[in-house]
Design a protein around this ligand. Sequence first.
Ligand code: MG
Length: 425
Amino acid sequence: MFGNSWQDRVDGFLEKPEANQKRRPPGAARFRGRRIVHIDMDAYFAALEEIKNPHLAGKPIAVGSSPTSRGVVSTASYPARRYGVRSGMSTREALRLCPQVIFVGSELQQYTYVSAELINIYHKFSPSVQATSVDEAFLDITGCAHLYGSEEQLGRQLKNTIRDKLSLTCSVGIASTKVMAKVASSVFKPDGLTVLDQQGIIQIVHPLPVGKLWGVGPSTLRALEEIGIKTIGDLAHWPVDKLRRRLGSFGEALRLIARGEDDSRVLAQEEPPQDKSMSHERTLPLKAVSRDYQLATLHYLCDRVTRRMRRHNYEGRTVTLKLRWTDFKTITRAITFSQYTDDTLHIYKIVKGIWQAAVGESNKPVRLLGVAVSHLREKVNNPQLGLFDNSAGRRHKITDTFIDSLRDKYGESVIHRAYSHLGSD
Ligand SMILES: [Mg+2]
């Protein structure tokens, strides 16, 4: 019953225990010395709406669709929470609890933009950042705190930076594991900062009901209560063999979590989404190459860049061509569009246009070509109408999706675009 359920329970938040064991070098100290920050933005969507419409500040507001439709509240401001309005509640229920509540529609696109700004701020404090949702993230700050004086000062500076740059408050928790850091960030809200050492785990976390521990879902909670475990502290001190008998290896893993001794790492994303670009470049053979060869190389580069964009779920709207001649003179030319895209052929056509303008009719030998796409944002699922909502765009989409799925399955070299074969590896 509990054997195969890690992923469901923790929803990708923790690694599977066996995955951890594989990555850990033999004999390495386990969790010792690791320090993790958890950041949870306070009433995030509501706070963003208040910034846009200052007259909403301090009022009970609920972000979500209007009460006439069958919508749910995605975030409630703190004044609304005082009436019992909560996220996930139906808008109708929210209105019943708090008749003066003001509903505002959610602007998901804007929210994700600010989330990307937040991630940029996090990267100034640690190279290891894992955003778990639009308003929550983990940072591994092992070995970073001394740069700020102390962990508390690091936390304070992080909060100040977010407040100064984005006018937002957040609650920060710092501890030795991800779960404990998350618990710590929830201890004082809003605008809290809690640093937990091992003593703090015993004093603050262990008295909490065991259901508050991340990873304990309703059925696990029932199983734990049946054997007499009420608090997180009970779980931490329960005999391992009894837990194993009832819950298998999951019980043992939960016990480690409750002790603040689990080994989940911050799973840093490869690319921070904003202010970054994705690029690919290639040095051409020393012998002069034809115009066709250059175009095929550009096609190949566009293919590589857009493949990576799609894999990370990004779209971009600035396309840059880099071109270096054999005399090392180098130019970069960029075009920015009003709409975002991840369409390989569309980006190739833009690059080709820039290339034609740059080289003209000359046959001056080219040494290097590069393609970059910047102004990246996380892809929005309902594309705007217009430029890309035409049959060519749809055809490209089908081709791109098909090629991506083949490569996901069989590797990158399983398929090449016909025109890019000259430039391929
Ligand atoms: Mg939050």
